[in-house]
Structure formats: structure tokens, C-alpha cells
Design a protein around this ligand. Structure first.
Ligand SMILES: O=C(O)CCC(=O)C(=O)O
Length: 271
């Protein structure tokens, strides 16, 4: 497994979580969404747009539990096109620390062992997201490298992505550019003159993201911070729920220019 990870920049571990673990987390997300007052704030998560450079609801969500809508969640009058449970894009970004169910799902000794065995010696959980990929309207996540958004010096970000439902090409599974984690970091989302900006570091186009990661419910997928990956729109009638969290190494420097800051919530490890 370690050599596959080293060569390919990703790793699929089947049956890491039980079906019951997945169902419990889905229920918890449903509960949280049910209690969210949709009128409190209406932020759309759309990776085709400006990366939320001016959206404080997003930029201040690193130490909170906040809700982001699909692009197609609203009609021309600004009303929801469906029940809020069916038009939320994702919940982020501190579920793993602030909610008990998500805490227990994320803080585990076996995850700590995995992180350490792939070289993250002092793993800290930086962010978490519950991604709904709703039937018919689940938005595309454009091709990116996670270190663009979760940058450390040296780079240490690793994504832990969990399929809470079967994910396949039809319902918008992940696609990766296998082995391309050996390429350069292309972009950096960073604060300049008090404003978040996407700066270009290297113009080389992304390698072809030609590997679909079709996996069963309960599978854990690890993603190297430099691995280009994306997911398509979900045009099918089936949702594709996933829970993802990212770790960094506490021994690396975490720039204050990164979008995600947690002034009142120190980062914690898996255990
Ligand atoms: O689940 C998805 O569709 C995208 C997830 C992703 O890009 C990530 O976790 O870094």
C-alpha cells in the first residue's frame, strides 16, 4: 500500500468504515441540516467562481460549522428550488472538532497510524467537509491540488476522503491524475494586501485526470496534497455523500496568509 501511495499519489482502502458508521454520519448530517436556518445566510459553493475570495461566511468558517448551497439551489427570485436537505452542497469546516459524532468518526488511532506511516509525523486535522453531491444538481468540483488551499512549508497536506455512499462515474465520483503528485504546485490561494487572491506559481497544465475512483460505501481514499483531482456534476438520480478531512504536519509552518485560520480553536491530532 505504501509503495502504491508513493507511486500514484492516492490510495484506496476498502471497508475502512462499516456501513453502520456511514449511515450514522449521514443521519447526523441530516440532523444538522434540518436545524440550519436557511435564512440565516445563503452562501453558494461553486468552484467555477472566485474561490470565495470575498465571502466572509466562507472565509470565517474554518472554526465553525457552516452550510453552503448548490449553485442551482435558488430560483430567479432567490427562493429555494427544493427542500434545503436536497439543495445543500456541503457543510464545513470544523465538523471534526465541534460535533461529537463527527469527532468520533475522525479521531481514531488507526487513522493516526495511517498518517504516520505515509510520513505525516505529527498529524493535525485542519478541516473537514460533508459533501452531498445532490442528485441532478450536485455541482462539479474543478480540478485542483489541495495544497493550493491548505498550504504548509514544506507541503504536507493529505486528504482523507470517505465514501458514505457508493461513488461511481454516474453520480460524480472522484477522478485523479494518477502519479501527477510528482508535478509542481500550480496555484496558491493566499492573502495579499488583506485580500484573498489566487496566484499562479507554475503554468504547466494539469496532467490528464484519467483515473475514476469508483468506490463502495465505507471506502477511505487518501489524496496527496499535490495530486490533481476533481469530480463531475452529478446528473444522476442518486446522491453521492462523502465526508472528507485534511491533515497537515504540525512540524511544518502554517502561513497566516492561508484562508483557513482558527484563532480560537487550536488544531488537534487524531488521538
Ligand atoms: O468530493 C468531492 O467531490 C471533491 C472532494 C475534494 O476535492 C477534496 O476533498 O479535496
Amino acid at each position: 500500500m505504501k509503495s502504491f501511495w508513493k507511486d500514484n499519489g492516492y490510495l484506496v482502502i476498502e471497508d475502512f468504515y462499516s456501513k453502520e458508521d456511514c449511515d450514522n454520519l449521514k443521519k447526523r448530517a441530516q440532523y444538522l441540516t434540518g436545524n440550519f436556518d436557511q435564512k440565516s445566510y445563503q452562501s453558494i459553493f461553486d468552484t467555477n467562481k472566485e474561490y470565495h475570495a470575498n465571502d466572509n461566511y466562507f472565509l470565517e468558517s474554518g472554526d465553525k460549522i457552516r452550510f453552503f448551497f448548490e449553485d442551482k439551489a435558488f430560483d430567479e427570485n432567490g427562493n429555494l428550488t427544493n427542500d434545503k436537505e436536497l439543495v445543500i452542497n456541503k457543510i464545513g469546516h470544523a465538523l471534526h472538532d465541534l460535533d461529537n459524532e463527527f469527532f468520533n468518526f475522525s479521531h481514531r488511532k488507526d487513522l493516526d497510524n495511517i498518517a504516520k506511516s505515509i510520513g505525516v509525523l505529527c498529524p493535525l486535522l485542519l478541516q473537514s467537509m460533508y459533501i452531498f453531491k445532490q442528485p441532478r444538481i450536485g455541482g462539479e468540483v474543478v480540478c485542483h491540488q489541495d495544497s493550493t488551499f491548505l498550504y504548509t512549508k514544506p507541503e504536507t497536506a493529505v486528504g482523507f476522503w470517505v465514501a458514505l455512499e457508493d461513488a461511481n462515474i454516474d453520480n460524480g465520483c472522484l477522478w485523479v491524475a494518477s502519479r501527477a503528485h510528482k508535478g509542481p504546485l500550480r496555484k496558491l490561494f493566499t492573502k495579499k494586501n488583506n485580500k484573498m487572491t489566487m496566484i499562479s506559481l507554475n503554468d504547466t497544465p494539469f496532467e490528464k485526470t484519467d483515473t475514476p475512483v469508483e468506490v463502495k460505501k465505507g471506502t477511505l481514499v487518501l489524496l496527496h496534497g499535490r495530486l490533481p483531482h476533481y469530480s463531475c456534476e452529478n446528473k444522476s438520480n442518486k446522491s453521492r455523500h462523502a465526508y472528507t478531512f485534511h491533515v497537515i504536519d504540525g512540524n511544518a509552518d502554517y502561513p497566516k496568509e492561508n484562508w483557513l485560520q482558527r484563532p480560537n480553536l487550536p488544531l488537534r491530532g487524531f488521538i
